[in-house]
Ligand binder design. Sequence first.
Ligand code: FAD
Length: 395
Amino acid sequence: MTVQTDVLVIGAGAAGLMCAATAAARGRRVMVIDHAKQAGKKILISGGGRCNFTNLYLEPANYLCGNRHFVKSALAQYTQWDFIDMVVRHGIAYHERDHGQLFCDDSAKEIVKMLLAECDNGGVQLRLRTEVESVSKLDQGFAVATSIGRIQCQSLVVATGGLSMPKLGASAYGYRLAEQFGLMVLPTRAGLVPFTLQPQDKLHFEPLSGISLTATVAARRGPAFTEQLLITHRGVSGPSVLQASNYRQPGEAVSVDLLPSVDVAEALAQARQAHPKRQLQTWLSEHFPARLAETLIAYHGWQNLPLGQLNKATLEAIPAQLNRWQLKPGGDEGYRTAEVTLGGVDTDQLSSKTMECKTVPGLFFVGEVMDVTGWLGGFNFQWAWSSGYVAGQNA
Ligand code: FAD
């Protein structure tokens, strides 16, 4: 038996549910299928269980994409304010944290409940634990063979997300489907991901795991991010590191300013004059936790002398290593812990106004499966909402 529907969405994540609810609100018959046993799994674990669902200060510049203009139309058609309206309409309490990040007061479950309620209102049929076996193009629409039977649809929306967190149901299926229809898939890699350290660096820093400080981290071809840096068992993490990871190419060093609010050369010169007998470690402990101060001396091979006795080489090395430390990570933690996937379906082949494929009418891609990646801070969900919405208006 073949089931007929107007719109079939593959993937019941953030973008798929938003697209389904929007299309259903237009009166389209919509079905959503997902191989997972639960909808919106990533939403549920996001933001430490409170879902950082959007950002007040959203700009197209907060996104990485091969075509930097691509995100503009969808983000303008469905803004953060539109999503906030929906959140308010559903009575979900939220609060703002640093940098305009909005989180639920209570639980990310409320966002999933809200999206499912919106889908329900429009009569969307949700089929979980459903595998896609094949997709073929018909004269009018598509035929999709699935583990629950054959589904025929006019519009097919691919909302299968990226590769991060395979345990939550991530798969490369969306990329394979894009390739089947002749679309280009740009190379993928983990984004918003912690760095691992090289063995010799790890020896020094692993015992400090748990220490965090405000630092500025910048990849060679990216902006500088001043936020928390956290030392972990494997390397370094925290918002400043995750943000920079989106821009770091494999093998490259990142520049780390461990004291972004201090001009170390100037502060050291002043301290030498005022307290020439103060030990270097004592001075460093005024700026860092004591254990980190001790480690920095050992790691960089500085002599722990009174400030007045430091030689020229050390006086030059300290500001360079503290304000402009060139840290070469061993690598990153990969898709296991990455929040997002960089790369994906090339946006050049999609309409930025509708997310429809230019060469295959009726085929849409939404959310993270395409080559659009946001900064940390609610930008990735906003992309899911905006791209899902515009596809839902047109599918
Ligand atoms: P997903 O939400 O990943 O949904 C894809 C869906 O497709 C899944 O349900 C999956 O099961 C299904 N699927 C995949 N393959 C198949 C297949 N072959 N057949 C059927 N179904 C399939 N972003 C923020 O903006 N704020 C945050 O606070 C935040 N926190 C995060 C925390 C973590 C730990 C992680 C991993 C990510 C976080 N993100 C956050 C990123 C955000 O979750 C994603 O960018 C967003 O979920 C992408 O939405 P999507 O709908 O494109 O993909």
